[in-house]
Design a binder for this molecule. Structure first.
Ligand code: GLY
Length: 373
């Protein structure tokens, strides 16, 4: 049972705890690539992993307020180490948005670093180059026989394209983002606001072949983090384009999320998975939904904004009271996230994107409006 109330003092207290925790953990994590926390310690990935933006993103989020030199140095070093991946080309995929929005775009927005702008534009060019003209989608991964696969997560990569168009004063990148977002609207998001994870197209003709369950329970289920990618991704596309259809879609997904979220717990990893004693939670889905709901609350008329802001506050209260760890025995902030339940990969542990979205949502409650996305 939650007991607190989200007010100014609560937000100040939580933000202070986030900053204090990151000050402490950054001394051990340094410029590595934390992904998931195992037995209280963040395990580091290689420099090509798709989540590598979230740790520097978290540091930049805090740096924007306190200009902590250590945080800047770590974030810059992580970004520099990712050059091998950017220039190596072969390990790049559609997640260049996750990777370089929170590193290079963030650094460029905060410090105006030219080299970071170039990295961001190179990543955006790669993303644009993955567009399949016939099917009007951005290819997801590089796997064998996956030339026609697109996934819901890619909506969070589109802001890199919107940013590139704004930065170069060239609409090409935005045209591709809009074409992909329209395909997602048509082929992924169901009338009830739930979403497919993967949709496969014929890469030659562009015709839809089938939907797949992917990281969800089944083809017709509702993977919780996929729901959050759809919610936040659609409202971000609205923010950059002003197209009402994206805001309407974000609201539809939000209503599905709100109707299905437990009042006093994190969601299970899939809203339609059978609930059994070992069914895993996914707090990262909740944190991403919360920051997305706050974005919707800013986009809609005041008369309806409270629906979304109250739902976001409810989520953040539940996360903070039941799932956050401020202790020294755990490096992660948000416990009980699940990376990939069908593969039993990192189940019910802190994962770096959960920490990032949680902190981003709290920053928004403090009034932060500029995003790195
Ligand atoms: N983008 C992959 C995931 O959400 O796990």
């Amino acid at each position: 049972m939650t007991t607190g109330v989200v007010n100014e003092a609560w937000v100040k207290d939580v933000w202070g705890k986030i900053v204090a925790k990151v000050e402490r953990t950054s001394k051990r994590i340094g410029d590595s690539f934390p992904y998931a926390s195992v037995n209280g310690t963040y395990y580091s990935e290689s420099n090509d992993w798709w989540t590598n933006g979230f740790w520097p993103g978290l540091l930049w989020l805090i740096y924007k307020e306190n200009e902590h030199a250590d945080f800047r140095n770590i974030a810059v070093s992580v970004e520099n180490q990712m050059d091998e991946t950017l220039l190596g080309y072969e390990k790049l995929h559609h997640d260049v948005g996750f990777m370089w929005s929170l590193t290079s775009v963030a650094q460029y927005k905060l410090l105006g670093t030219e080299a970071s702008k170039i990295r961001g534009l190179m990543a955006a060019s790669h993303l644009a180059g993955r567009f399949n003209l016939k099917g009007q989608f951005i290819r997801a991964w590089n796997g064998e026989n996956q030339q026609g696969w697109a996934i819901i997560d890619c909506l969070l990569n589109l802001p890199l394209l919107y940013w590139a168009s704004e930065t170069t004063n060239d609409p090409r990148f935005r045209h591709i983002a809009v074409a992909h977002a329209d395909t997602v609207l048509r082929e992924f998001i169901r009338p009830d606001g739930s979403s497919h994870h993967i949709v496969c197209f014929d890469p030659e003709t562009g015709e839809r072949i089938e939907a797949r369950g992917g990281q969800g329970y089944s083809q017709d289920s509702a993977w919780a983090r996929g729901t959050s990618w759809a919610l936040y991704g659609m409202v971000l596309s609205y923010k950059y384009t002003g197209h009402q259809r994206y805001l309407d879609a974000a609201k539809r997904v939000a209503h599905f999320y709100i109707a299905n979220m437990p009042a006093d717990a994190a969601p299970y990893w899939d809203f339609r998975a059978p609930v059994e004693p070992e069914t895993a939670f996914d707090t990262s889905a909740a944190a991403c939904a919360a920051t997305g709901l706050l974005e919707i609350s800013r986009a809609v008329p005041e008369s309806e904004a409270y629906i979304y802001s109250e739902a976001a506050k409810r989520i953040l209260l539940v996360l903070t009271e039941q799932y956050v760890s401020w202790g020294e025995d755990e490096e992660g902030i948000l416990t009980m996230a699940t990376a990939n339940f069908p593969k039993r990969a990192y189940v019910n542990v802190p994962i770096i994107y959960g920490d990032y979205y949680y902190a981003e949502a709290i920053a928004k409650l403090r009034g932060r409006t500029e995003l790195f996305w």
